[in-house]
Design a protein around this ligand. Structure first.
Ligand code: NAI
Length: 263
């Protein structure tokens, strides 16, 4: 018995990183999974899942395009007859100095990280209502709502906005039995974080990864699979009384330190 038996789930940004972890755990938990991302690599991952015996469909989709999002939802309905779960995970993070960066930098984050989630919710929520209710899970971040570093103004702004969107949609669709929650990951080892490590220490990106791990109380970065397990729980009936909240998954990295010597 899987947590998501009988459910159809759409996962965006599913070609790599956290999204591929979410899609794989959803499939292992019994969901029929529709994987979406911009490139062909998402088709290859869906193929791999099918060869492993899971029900999976890959779709090329740019979440900044509302028509692409509508087509994605229609593909899910055509393939599996319904949509129960939407996991909005696609996102970008480009570091930049606030005073040097142009508006295109800001707008790129707004387009993918906010409008992309907005577009997907608009496209998929009517289908989830038709299915009699379900769940939306959004990937926000510890950055924005809880912490922020220099260079992350555009990213932090958009990820904080997703926490607000989560709460508003949770209220708006509670009556239709749709639960809406977001996850706030800390550092998860993905191509995105490996790229950031290479940018910060081009001579030895591994050293930058070790430095990140050293600052996490649990002593390591998280994995896409760990995020997938959390999303599967939030998407499942086991989380039937959880809505409108954000769940931090960060190895303790946003825990405040104390100088009170145990007092
Ligand atoms: P990644 O760069 O490894 O993967 C991003 C995925 O999103 C790819 O599949 C890519 O094709 C897709 N994507 C990007 N723009 C898209 C668009 N316009 N339309 C459709 N798909 C698009 O990134 P990673 O690290 O896996 O991050 C996934 C999510 O998790 C993002 O929302 C990111 O902000 C968030 N996050 C990541 C953290 C980390 O430490 N890796 C920490 C906190 C949040």
């Amino acid at each position: 018995m899987g947590k998501l038996d009988g459910k159809t789930a759409i996962v965006t940004g599913a070609s790599k990183g956290i999204g591929s972890g979410i899609a794989q755990v959803f499939a292992q938990q019994g969901a029929k999974v529709v994987l979406a991302a911009r490139g062909d690599d998402v088709l290859a991952l869906a193929d791999t899942l099918r060869k492993a015996g899971y029900e999976a469909t890959g779709v090329r989709c740019d979440v900044t395009d509302p028509q692409d999002c509508a087509r994605l939802v229609q593909t899910a309905i055509d393939a599996y007859g319904r949509v129960d779960v939407l996991d909005c995970n696609a996102g970008i993070c480009l570091l930049g100095a606030f005073l040097d960066a142009d508006d295109a930098w800001r707008d790129a984050h707004i387009d993918v990280n906010i409008n992309g989630v907005w577009n997907m919710c608009k496209a998929a929520i009517p289908a989830i209502i038709d299915a009699g209710g379900g769940a939306v899970v959004i990937t926000s971040s510890v950055t924005g709502d809880l912490v922020a570093d220099p260079g992350e103004a555009a990213y932090a702004m958009t990820k904080a906005a997703l926490v607000g969107l989560t709460k508003a949609l949770a209220r708006e669709f509670a009556e239709q039995r749709i639960r809406v929650n977001c996850i706030c990951p800390g550092y998860i080892r993905t191509p995105l974080v490996e790229g950031m490590a290479a940018q910060s220490d081009p001579d030895d990106p591994g050293r930058a990864i070790d430095a990140i791990a050293g600052a996490v109380p649990l002593g390591r970065l998280g994995t896409p699979q760990e995020c997938g397990e959390l999303c599967a729980f939030l998407a499942s009936d086991e989380a039937s009384y959880i809505t409108g909240t954000q769940v931090v998954i960060d190895g303790g990295s946003t825990l405040p330190e104390t100088t009170s010597m145990g007092q």
